[in-house]
Design a protein around this ligand. Structure first.
Ligand code: ADP
Length: 490
């Protein structure tokens, strides 16, 4: 099958969250399964072309845009350790600047930047003579590919067999744009935008809604989230659109790339280990504490370490953590090591805690890939108290590293973490339900009771590490859905 993956993020070139991990890992698994894959994303100013061996090609593609034509240079690289081609669109107007989306509110011209990307991918495919069986678009950034496929390319001989699959990684970001601009940039007649039309939501252009309604099949990143977005406020206003496509909406659990996330082969951690050498996790714990500045004298007191690696947004539950953390750290119950970047108010809050409890709270800010691995390997528990969570990858990394997840039972967290049962010794972590500081406090108390308490501690860690969340299974499910999309191609 010829698969064209269109995305705003791909590991290791440009990453903000889990979308990048998936966009980097799926193509490898598809290629191993014998499929032809190309990946297209923008050449952001932050991408280090030299480091990744990304070179300019002689392709300059014309991109129909509004009633005029623009162009983009095409640069080429490969996914690391593979021969899978990645094509980068270079446009000094749109991408040649620091950052992927811009700070909090995003760049002012994000409508234009991502609509351009959505349109350009078709023209790059044509220039490469790559006839996709499926265009796989991700999140609001490339959602406009779905209506474009149907409106501009449906009767185009080159795209005669191309189906559109749209994957939702997070409903919270929908690509809501000024309708006049967005319809024009997409090359759609202004008259197609009206109350209740497929592009309209609350009077504005909604990329996500158009992606959902025009795609041949829609997927999201966990089975529970697929239900939640249809039937609960997690649909963020698009429940109606999602219900209308209910039969075509499939939850496929994300998976993890064992080449990058396995404690036996992780190049960022102090010592490799597996389920039979869990003692070595202690060495990784010490290395982590040293890395974050805990003194050797302090380290002698063995306290549990709770880790977090996260974007700092309301979604990730920082406010309920703030509501209960102080009594734990003030009473010397555990150490908290957080690596996070995002909203200033949460960064300030955590830094303030770290200032007041320097031996108990350590906070890393900014993007730090090596430290994110050290936390997974060195922490005893991994905390994810999310308000909502489409899938979440970091709790799956934690499971693979024998680091016990403490999670709120929502979305993909409910699909990947089973509550530990001390009677049957089954389960992989600790779950809680209500989104309150009190509920989290109870969960943390449960965790502390289980810390190093045998035989439970060994059972939990071994159960966790025995979970299989391989990207290979995930990739196979996508291929199955691509097949259905082709049958359903409208
Ligand atoms: P989301 O996509 O909602 O941000 P996920 O758990 O699905 O959450 O994926 C987050 C990804 O980003 C993981 O690979 C995680 O390790 C990584 N990550 C998040 N914040 C940082 C950071 N500050 N430094 C390094 N990696 C980070």
């Amino acid at each position: 099958m010829n698969i064209l993956l269109a995305t705003a993020e791909v590991t290791p070139f440009a990453k903000v969250g889990g979308l990048a991990d998936m966009a980097g890992a799926l193509p490898k698994a598809w290629a191993q399964g014998g499929h032809n894959v190309i990946v297209i994303l923008p050449l952001y100013g932050t991408i280090d072309t030299e480091k990744f061996g990304i070179v300019k090609t002689d392709m300059l593609v014309d991109v129909p845009f509004g009633t005029w034509t623009e162009y983009a240079e095409v640069w080429q690289g490969t996914l690391p350790d593979t021969s899978i081609p990645v094509y980068f669109l270079r446009s000094s107007d749109y991408y040649d600047r620091p950052g992927i989306y811009g700070y909090h509110e995003g760049f002012e011209d994000n409508d234009r930047r991502f609509i351009f990307l959505s349109r350009a991918i078709f023209e790059v495919a044509r220039a490469l003579d790559f006839r996709p069986d499926v265009v796989h678009a991700h999140d609001y950034h490339t959602a406009p590919c779905m209506p474009m496929l149907k409106v501009h390319y449906h009767s185009d001989e080159f795209f005669r067999h191309t189906a559109g699959v749209f994957t939702i990684h997070n409903m919270a970001y929908q690509g809501m744009y000024d309708p006049q601009r967005a319809m024009e940039f997409c090359g759609f007649p202004a008259s197609e935008f009206y109350t209740g039309s497929w592009y309209e939501q609350d009077g504005i252009f909604n990329s996500m809604k158009a992606g959902i309604l025009f795609a041949d099949k829609i997927t999201t990143v966990s089975p529970t989230y697929a239900q939640e977005i249809r039937w609960t406020p997690e649909g963020m206003g698009l429940q109606g659109a999602l219900q209308s496509r209910g039969a075509d909406l499939i939850g496929i659990l994300n998976g993890i790339d064992a080449a990058t996330w396995s404690p036996m082969h992780d190049k960022h951690i102090a010592v490799p280990y597996d389920a039979d050498s869990l003692k070595k996790k202690d060495i990784n714990k010490k290395a982590l504490l040293k890395e974050v500045g805990i003194s050797a004298a302090e380290m002698k007191r063995d306290l549990p370490v709770v880790g977090m690696v996260t974007r700092l947004t309301e979604q990730k539950g920082v406010s309920i953590l703030a509501a209960c953390i102080e009594s734990f750290v003030a009473n010397d119950r555990f150490r908290l090591v957080i690596l996070g970047s995002g909203e200033a108010k949460y960064e300030d809050l955590l830094k303030n805690l770290a200032y007041r409890y320097p031996n108990h709270v350590r906070v890393g800010t900014g993007y730090n890939e090596p430290l994110s691995h050290m936390i997974q390997a060195g922490a005893d528990f991994y905390l994810m108290p999310s308000k909502f969570e489409p899938c979440g990858l970091t709790q799956m990394f934690a499971l693979a590293y024998g680091t016990i997840p403490i999670v709120r039972s929502v979305g993909g967290l409910a699909d990947t973490v089973q509550d530990y049962d001390p009677i049957t010794f089954a389960g992989t972590g600790i779950r809680f339900h209500r989104y309150t500081g009190e509920a989290l406090q109870h969960a943390l108390e449960t965790a502390l009771r289980l810390y190093k308490r045998e035989p439970h501690w060994s059972h939990m860690r071994r159960n966790a590490m025995a979970q299989d969340h391989s990207i290979v299974t995930t990739a196979q499910r996508y291929v199955e859905v691509f097949g259905w999309a082709q049958e359903a191609r409208r």
